[in-house]
Design a protein around this ligand. Sequence first.
Ligand SMILES: *Cc1c(COP(=O)(O)O)cnc(C)c1O
Length: 482
Amino acid sequence: MEKLEEIQKELAAIEINAKKLEPASEIWSTWTENAFSFAKEFLDQLPESPVFTRKDDSESFFSVEPLAEQGTPMDELLQNLKKHVIEPGLNPASGGHLGYIPGGGLYPAALGDYLAAVTNKYAGIFFAGSGAVRLENFLLRWMAGLFGYPESAAGHLASGGSIANLTAIVTARDAKNIRSRDVPQSAIYHTNQVHHCIDKAIRIAGLAEAQRRIIRMDAHFRMDTDHLRSSVEKDLARGIQPFLIVSSVGSTDTGAIDPLKEIAEIAKISGAWFHVDAAYGGFFTLLDEFEAAFAGIELSDSIVIDPHKGLFLPYGIGAVIVRDGAALHRSHQYQANYMQDALGKNDEWSPAELSPELTKHFRGLRMWLPLKLFGLEPFRAALREKILLTRYFYESIRSWPDFETGPYPDLSVAIYRFRSGSDDNAKNLKLAERIRNSGKVFISTTRIDDTVWLRLAVLSFRTHRETIDILLDELRRELRAL
Ligand SMILES: *Cc1c(COP(=O)(O)O)cnc(C)c1O
């Protein structure tokens, strides 16, 4: 009895502090207004804001500001956030971001994230969030349909393309029944232009000891299928099992699309799993003009596509789709006693049995909201605009006497370089750095066979004709200075 009273007394005493975590609605409304003003100012100023800021004073802030027992006012936190977090480095929201693979960050996606977090809807298991799971599966079915996959396909909305690729490769490993002892007799085929996350995924999946065949490319940096075919045949002849072919739809360096149809045929004959990394290029399938380039993708076994690239969403969403949904399920399903109420046959698969995740952010909402609010038409227009902007840049630079251009761009990435005859690698690196320091546009570089190239990657929904003209002006100006 005494014990019970003691507990009650302490509960009464600590409740006041514990309840601070649920502030009155006037308080959280004010915080929301503060955050909204912050966002509004950020977006209003975005056209004039530098796309790259070299300063970094964030260390001083995070090393001297301890976490305290008492809270800090919101406006003070937002000021610090702006100065120490938002301002330094690259500004990926800017339309001037023309390096790596930009995307932008559609505003309604932030509202989707906000509502997903406020409601904390559980999207891991159908039993707990049937609507949330249905919404995510609806989006996955839409993407599967874009690529002509059958009804039996299934997928997962992961945090990004890297995890999505890992999920696909693990599924391929299990579907082809590659046990540890089979790994050294199994072969993986890809060009040296696949994204580095494929290499990471192969190692994480326990496949580091598999035979790796680096397939040659043609002059467009697309996979040379004659070489693929002869490599596969050679392996079959010596008793090595062709296990996995990884192709790219939009390679990172040059945006090249591999010849999917021919690869699919070789995969079929050899029994290899055919994976397509379309993290960057996948959503260009929304444009009819790419029908021929994408032909054959419907014959693949798995596809990765990043809505935080081609649908311009903020970072944090990449999809994996597997043609045989049951294979994805076999690799990721589980049983646990404490989940006995939640598991079992439903009319929908749950993300928790199709991915390594259990408790996850309800990512589908950030994708569904913009797609429904805007409709598909503006997405198609923006994607077509990116293609045209890239061609506009490419055709402009092609006529410049001191410049060399790479192959005609398959998608919205182009490579080009200044050519003076001496020390050109260093000069191009310098040129890129000087343009970045202007703060107006951000460009990146890459190195292919020891040659440094400047890279243009157009994928932000905020990049328009005037942005490309600024880049052309900056290039002219820096060239004169060089
Ligand atoms: C971006 C990209 C990845 C990696 O995806 P993340 O979302 O950055 O993890 C993989 N492959 C290709 C082709 C990419 O463009």
